[in-house]
Design a protein around this ligand. Structure first.
Ligand SMILES: *Cc1c(COP(=O)(O)O)cnc(C)c1O
Length: 430
């Protein structure tokens, strides 16, 4: 059976893509380990982990088995009034692994929903404390927290579509993206702006929301752990909550199991997703502390007002349990460390190209930032022709390969970027 590309083009939305002038799509027929097999015959080495998610690669026997076994028992049951072992096992693991104090787990169906849940928790908490006026958030520029409305309202106001939805999204406070990078010396001036916003407005602020250490889809920026530590202290000083969105950074990607560990802090609320199920199914979790949970439940509503239909989906929980076990069986820490070394080895030489602004690496994340945005359709086709799957955005060509990737794979991925820089920017990118 051949792929009906015409139907796809005419009827199916793809992420952030025009339906009338769509960029080409590539049909994948199957995927194993870190390889995607195209209908057209090519085999591509995966550099994206399907957007941070498929950390163990594709079609992993242990993950397949977890789903198959769970399917024999039940694919889904409602979570209202019912519980089950896969959810209990998963929540135990999450309570144990996440930073101290995060003991109450809400299972959500996607990252964006877990952010909605986190924001709702913060607001309901302050209502319960007789501070309904504490309903605004502080967020960082260049942040990304998802595409639903509350999540969108805390995404970067410039590249995060705020102008389109200005009339309908909640208005929050934004401060500069952290100015001290991960590898610089910390400068305590970095928190002047956020502290001044807190000084003036903390009476109306429920929480600060941020991606710890790595700002992902909003710019792939790595910032200094002492900034995160300082923001934790400020949140306490000014009596606002701290929400850490670890949907992208969680489960080892930055070299720590959770990026908050770089700063040795615990947030009041944490959001997890993406790699949670090893990229198998959509599942997310929002964890909070006893204090916040008790506040919410002693408040006016008496309950937390959220309950998705597919909450705690047993298939998703079962595969998440297996994916977390696999992290430790595979020694994720040395996998990520190795990839970090290889990314450094093969990406830093690309700085010789004049069109490259800089390269940077943290954990299993490698970024090549150019001076100008790349032509998407063209570069995508080029990478496919080189046998790699890399999907840049704007000026950023970045790699976040599955943890099972080998040295040869990282070399091939980096080499494809190098060749593109040589061939397509021959005049200004020697
Ligand atoms: C991907 C992402 C989200 C949104 O998750 P979805 O599952 O796509 O809804 C939120 N926050 C961060 C940091 C993310 O990387």
């Amino acid at each position: 059976m051949s792929i009906d590309y015409q139907f796809d083009k005419n009827h199916i939305w793809h992420p952030y893509t025009s339906l009338t002038q769509p960029l080409p799509t590539y049909a994948v027929t199957h995927a194993t380990e870190n390889k995607l097999y195209l209908d057209s015959g090519e085999t591509l080495i995966d550099g994206m982990s399907s957007w941070w998610a498929a950390v163990h690669g594709y079609s992993h026997p242990k993950l397949n088995k977890a789903i198959e076994q769970q399917t024999q028992k039940m694919a889904h049951v409602m979570f209202g009034g019912i519980t089950h072992q896969p959810a209990i096992d998963l929540c135990k693991k999450l309570v144990e692994l996440t930073p101290a104090g995060l003991d109450k787990v809400f299972l959500a169906d996607s990252g964006s929903v877990s952010v909605e849940v986190a924001i709702k928790m913060a607001i309901q908490y302050w209502q319960s404390q007789n501070h309904p006026e504490k309903s605004k958030l502080i967020s960082l520029r260049n942040g990304y927290h998802g595409d639903t409305f509350a999540a969108m309202s805390v995404c970067d106001p410039v590249n995060g579509m705020h102008t389109l939805f200005n009339n309908v999204i909640q208005q929050h406070y934004f401060v500069e993206s952290p100015t001290v990078s991960f590898y610089q010396d910390y400068d305590s001036d970095a928190i002047i702006e956020i502290e001044s916003v807190l000084k003036q407005h903390s009476h109306e602020i429920a929480a600060i929301i941020l991606e710890p250490i790595v700002q992902g889809a909003g710019g792939m920026k790595f910032y200094h752990p002492l900034y995160l530590k300082a923001v934790r202290d400020l949140a306490d000083k000014y009596n606002v909550l701290l929400i850490a969105d670890e949907i992208a950074t969680g489960f080892g990607r930055t070299g720590k199991l959770f990026a908050c560990e770089w700063a040795g802090i615990s947030p009041d609320i944490i959001c997890l997703g993406k790699a949670l199920t090893g990229g198998y199914m959509t599942l997310a979790a929002t964890l909070t502390t006893d204090k916040i949970a008790n506040g919410i439940c002693n408040g006016q509503a008496g309950v937390f007002m959220h309950g998705p239909t597919f909450m705690g989906n047993p298939l998703a929980c079962a595969v998440a349990n297996a994916a977390i076990e696999l992290l430790f069986e595979n020694d994720w820490q040395s996998q990520v460390k190795q990839i970090e070394n290889w990314l450094n080895t093969y990406l830093s030489p690309l700085e010789k190209h004049t069109c490259v602004n800089n390269t940077r690496v943290l954990g299993a994340i490698g970024v090549v930032e150019l001076n100008e945005a790349v032509p998407m359709a063209e570069i995508q086709a080029f990478f496919v022709s080189q046998g790699v799957w890399i999907r840049p955005f704007g000026k950023l060509i970045y790699l976040m390969p599955p943890y099972i990737s080998q040295q040869e794979d990282i070399k091939t991925l980096a080499n494809a970027i190098d060749v593109w820089l040589i061939q397509n920017h021959a005049q200004n990118c020697g």
